[in-house]
Write a protein that binds this ligand. Structure first.
Ligand code: PML
Ligand code: MG
Length: 236
């Protein structure tokens, strides 16, 4: 029997960290312990509230391969913003409003779900956002938080939705400056210097393209469908 175990932590009512696993019943107690320890050690400071939840999986998980990864070295945050603008333009989107929204995000638990054709946010709760959840990695898990591996898992799940044409992400951790753009077509592009050290802003935007009638199915997939991401060939 598989369980979804999730942790989220807050400080001054703002989200500071979150993580999750999908594990067998025997592993639940150990995983709760390690997620709790992690919430306390976060670079954004010790939280004043930590919520741990454990739920039996209601659906069978699907297995999805990790997106291929490409490293893009950018000299500074201005160049990184320019790079993102180029990608959005190549998707025939107008970059300015999307980037203005992207750079204004801070302290959300989930992501913005943006209808790129209607220029409309689709999250039922805009303060919380849409949390891509019920996911785990089938490869090795180290003791420490691994931003890259966790983000690659999340991005691989999100990119597998037929309604998502891309995702942009800047970490909300003040000292983690690498971000990414990810999509089925381009893979996972790791962008160095997407933010300046010490900057507490950060967040994700999922770029939605579809009919308004597709939104419930898209939300349900992102939030509720259990997904286990399998490592790319040669990765652990
Ligand atoms: C986060 O969890 O704060 C987002 C991390 C983004 C990781 C980007 C990377 O290292 O590839
Ligand atoms: Mg974070």
């Amino acid at each position: 029997m598989l369980y979804s175990v999730r942790m989220r932590a807050e400080k001054d009512s703002l989200h500071t960290s979150g993580a999750e696993r999908i594990v067998e019943q025997e592993e639940v107690a150990t995983v709760i312990q390690s997620l709790f320890s992690r919430s306390l050690e976060h670079s954004n400071g010790e939280p004043d509230s930590v919520t741990l939840t454990c739920r039996k999986l209601a659906r069978a998980p699907v297995f999805i391969p990790a997106l291929p990864v490409q490293e893009i070295n950018l000299p500074d945050s201005l160049a990184a913003r320019g790079f993102l603008a180029g990608i959005l333009t190549s998707l025939e989107l107008s970059p300015q409003p999307i980037l203005d929204l992207f750079y204004s995000l801070q302290g959300m638990r989930g992501a913005v779900l943006l209808d790129v054709d209607r220029r409309q946010r689709l999250e039922p709760d805009q303060e919380r956002g849409v949390r891509a959840s019920n996911l785990d990695y089938a490869g090795e898990h180290g003791e420490q938080k691994n931003h890259f591996r966790e983000a690659l898992c999340l991005a691989s799940k999100v990119a597998a939705s037929p309604f998502i044409i891309g995702e942009i992400c800047r970490s909300d951790d003040q000292d983690y400056t690498t971000g990414y753009f990810a999509s089925r077509d381009r893979g996972y592009l790791r962008l160095s210097n997407l933010k300046d050290r010490g900057d507490r802003s950060g967040g994700r935007i999922f770029l939605f393209r579809g009919d308004p009638a597709d939104v419930p199915a898209c939300l349900d997939y992102l939030e509720n469908q259990p997904v286990i991401v399998t490592p790319a060939a040669g990765d652990k």
